[in-house]
Design a protein around this ligand. Structure first.
Ligand SMILES: NC(=O)c1ccc[n+]([C@@H]2O[C@H](COP(=O)([O-])OP(=O)(O)OC[C@H]3O[C@@H](n4cnc5c(N)ncnc54)[C@H](O)[C@@H]3O)[C@@H](O)[C@H]2O)c1
Length: 465
């Protein structure tokens, strides 16, 4: 970003506010947009009191989240809820034999000895359980995407504002040190004026394309099918729709809600953006014709309007589950002074400002001029720019790598539990969550309805429904 000292000071002032401490003493600026209001800490906590937590949805992410959450000092597992009995049995095997287990999350919310819940169910349950949990006084860590449908987001925000319970949305990468460093690079103007963002998250294997294993004992006896459907259309028991729910729009949000949302969250954090104003998507179901009703190739273009923290720019996101060339993921922010690339645990900045003086060699039209014109051209050129090819400064590269052992999910949970204990703001509150989920869900809308979606990033609403 090209900025005078004055405008840069204003810019940082606008971003300023409170800070959160990450591992290694790095502090993160939490933009004011994330500090919607003060949370109410649970008064009973002293430094030594345990925060008692319950897991709702104990599949892949539920297990991983719980294992991470329990590493945060002072956090203790109280109960788990799931709709497949095998996962309740597994939770007892992995965690504690005597934990309370149930198929009905309301039994967890009714317990007075539980302070916080981790919601890692399929997407169609996120809003219901988050709202019920906050209304029952629980703090909520809810996996991304925050909601299944665009029109569900405001009720989650309103409930959080009303109850003042901490709610963290689980796109953990924004708690990574590499994202913190990327934000510092961006705010220091390392890449100049942002022009373009491009990111991909390709996969080339069956599990990556959501063909998860189904346990041999899956049946209406071991799975609470009716409860699982919730507000989704009633259909007969189908273990595929239960264990591979991402493939169905009734329960999941496809590639955009599963993967784009991570990329959008990361970008919004780095550049302090509230989001795009136009979204267009295309794609197809190219390979995984296994009954799924979502595409396996999605390409989307997002138009970001100019704001105080960034100029107008375009972003392209692509996810491809059919890559014969292997998977792979990158996020690249291209600016007027260079570019920045985010890898899994690192960020690289290459300063490489474009020269603006044209050179008449190479593929220029110079050689199509008559000889006399060429001579005259060179004379005038050298008088203006000196002899020879104008020199560009060599690209300068800086690479930041996270220290070994740094775990963004741990930091995201630590930030959440800090909010539970003290009332400090979380890093990814429901407004931030909806501003990331919204454009992702609008991508689905664009794909299925074959139209450009106008999105109001301030009000978090589709403008042309
Ligand atoms: N942050 C990340 O990096 C990340 C990674 C993977 C998944 N996720 C998110 O985590 C969530 C779960 O994904 P997953 O891969 O773990 O799915 P999964 O299918 O492995 O697990 C979901 C579990 O939820 C249970 N469940 C369904 N409805 C329930 C209900 N009403 N009450 C209680 N339990 C219920 C199911 O029985 C299942 O065991 C999704 O929203 C997904 O987007 C986030």
């Amino acid at each position: 970003m090209k900025q005078s000292n004055h405008s840069r000071r204003n810019f940082l002032k606008k971003l300023g506010g409170s800070t959160a401490l990450l591992a290694g003493g790095t502090s993160l600026i939490i933009p004011e947009t994330l500090q919607a209001h003060t949370l109410v800490p649970n008064q009973r906590f002293t430094a030594n009191d345990k925060i008692r937590v319950a897991g709702i949805g104990m599949g892949i992410m539920g297990f991983g989240d719980m294992q991470t959450a329990l590493k945060v000092p002072g956090v203790e597992l109280a109960a788990v809820c799931d709709l497949y009995d095998g996962r309740l049995i597994r939770a007892k095997e992995v965690f504690k034999k005597d934990i309370f287990t149930t198929r009905d999350y309301r039994e967890i919310l009714d317990r007075k000895d539980i302070d916080a819940v981790i919601i890692a169910t399929p997407d169609h349950w996120h809003d219901h359980i988050s709202i019920d949990a906050m209304n029952k006084g629980k703090a909520v860590y809810c996996e991304k995407p925050m909601v299944h449908h665009l029109d569900e987001g405001q009720a989650v925000i309103d409930t959080q504002l009303k109850t003042k319970r901490p709610m963290q949305v689980g796109s953990q990468r924004i708690s990574s040190l590499s994202h913190a460093q990327a934000k510092k690079f961006y705010e220091a103007g390392e890449i100049g004026e942002l022009n373009l963002v491009e990111a991909t998250m390709d996969r080339s294997d069956a599990v990556g394309a959501w063909q998860y294993s189904i346990p041999p004992d899956a049946s209406p006896k071991t799975v609470d099918w009716d409860r699982y459907l919730g507000d989704a259309p009633k259909v007969p028991f189908d273990p595929v729709r239960f264990f591979r729910w991402r493939n169905y729009r009734d329960y999941g949000t496809g590639v955009p809600g599963d993967l784009f949302v991570h990329l959008i969250t990361g970008l919004h954090y780095i550049i302090s953006s509230k989001g795009p104003s136009r979204i267009f998507a295309s794609g197809q179901l190219a390979y995984w014709k296994d009954g799924r009703d979502v595409p396996d190739v999605v390409v989307a273009v997002f138009d970001y309007p100019k704001t105080e923290t960034h100029p107008a720019f375009q972003m392209t996101l692509r996810v491809n589950f059919v890559s014969g060339a292997g998977g792979g993921s990158y996020t690249r922010l291209v600016g007027s002074e260079g570019y920045m690339e985010l890898g899994g645990n690192n960020v690289k900045v290459v300063k490489n400002k474009l020269g603006t003086v044209p050179w008449y060699g190479g593929y220029d039209s110079f050689y199509t001029f008559p000889e006399a014109q060429q001579k005259e051209y060179v004379k005038q050129y050298e008088a203006k720019y000196g002899p020879g090819k104008p020199q560009r400064s060599a690209p300068k590269e800086q690479v930041y790598k996270e220290p070994d052992g740094h775990d963004d999910r741990y930091e995201h949970f630590a930030n959440f539990f800090e909010a539970v204990r003290t009332g400090k703001p979380v890093i990814e509150d429901p407004s931030f969550g909806l501003r990331a989920a919204g454009p992702a869900l609008a991508t689905n809308m664009s794909y299925f309805e074959k139209k450009i979606i106008s999105w109001d990033p301030e009000k978090m609403k589709v403008v042309n429904s």
